[in-house]
Design a protein around this ligand. Structure first.
Ligand code: DGY
Length: 324
């Protein structure tokens, strides 16, 4: 008998087709995020649940589930970040959780650079001006931004995506500084001609761009808070392609309004797709709808990576990307 598998959102067609050949697959035709209650019911009905960042696998979703009434053996997350899944509950119920590292690092790094350029060179504002017929022509003092080339680029979290972003920053002749909780291998640092600093505060105070590439979740919630923002240079920018909760958005709004920092570029938001409405009123912040991995090849590669992990699991092997 084929294993029963549910995809919580619609995936690239090629991946859906491959999964449908191997498993008894249920697709979510509405493509709406599932509620914790629906996720709980799915874990009682399916051998594998394949969620995305929009599915809140909180402790509440696992409430009342026991070894006797649960069917799910693997949660194959479509994405590298897994802070939306309560790993303690998964462990308690002996559910394997996998993610999709590597395949999205380049595209997510591209979006970090896009945000940096748009924020520093006022790309969003410029586009809004042209589209609203407000542009009156070239002049020496018009919409002056900040130079990116040669500036100092700060990376918070020097994993795969942080390194890909740093590689791109080097292409702009930028100096790279890094804050990472563990010591980064000296050879890796030297390949970026990068310096690792000991504290986030030191990094924040010394860079022109502070780009976030750490995981989300409780440990990093509001890592970027009012204290850190106050340390940043008034000419500096914050870039977030990691997770919304890493930034205290109320403190960020204050920093953007009062000129504590020059601007920000955000691809992720705490509680997204809702976002702090004050952000919408500010010109000096660029807002994107969580586009980090949104290219056709990457989204397919993510799906096939989930599929590989699933196949390994059902063959009785250890999935390559098992996180618990
Ligand atoms: C990721 O892969 O973590 C993306 O942010 C989508 O979840």
């Amino acid at each position: 008998m084929k294993a029963k598998v549910i995809l919580t959102r619609r995936w690239p067609t090629a991946v859906e087709q491959q999964l449908a050949e191997q498993y008894d697959v249920t697709l979510n035709d509405t493509d709406e995020p599932m509620s914790p209650e629906q996720l709980r019911a799915a874990m009682q009905e399916y051998d594998a649940v394949l969620p995305t960042v929009t599915d809140r696998f909180t402790a509440e979703a696992f409430d009342g589930l026991t070894a006797d009434n649960i069917r799910t053996k693997i949660i194959g997350n479509y994405g590298v970040g897994f802070s939306h899944i309560d790993l303690d509950s998964a462990k308690r119920l002996n559910i394997a959780v996998t993610n999709t590292p590597d395949v999205l690092s380049e595209c997510t790094a591209d979006i970090a650079i896009l945000l940096m350029l748009m924020a520093a060179r006022r790309g969003g504002e410029g586009e809004r001006e042209v589209r609203s017929n407000q542009w009156t022509g070239w002049r020496p003092t018009h919409m002056i931004g900040h130079k990116v080339s040669g500036a100092t680029f700060g990376v918070v979290g020097f994993g795969r995506i942080g390194q890909e972003t740093a590689r791109r920053a080097k292409g702009f002749g930028m100096n790279v500084r890094v804050f990472n909780r563990s010591k980064v291998d000296a050879a890796v640092l030297s390949s970026f001609e990068a310096t690792q600093v000991d504290t986030l505060a030191e990094l924040a105070a010394s860079v022109d761009f502070l780009s976030l590439h750490c995981p989300g979740g409780a440990a990093n919630t509001h890592l970027i808070n009012a204290d850190i923002l106050k340390l940043m240079k008034p000419s500096s920018f914050l870039i977030n392609t990691a997770r919304g909760e890493v930034v205290d958005d109320k403190a960020l709004v204050v920093a953007l309004k009062t000129g504590q920092i020059a601007g920000a570029g955000l691809d992720v938001f705490e509680g997204e797709p809702a976002l702090n409405p004050d952000l919408l009123k500010l010109e000096n912040v660029v807002l994107l709808p969580h586009l980090g991995s949104a290219t056709a090849t990457t989204r397919e590669a993510m799906g096939f990576r989930v599929s590989d992990n699933l196949a390994q699991y059902f063959r009785g092997e250890e999935p390559t990307d098992r996180v618990v």
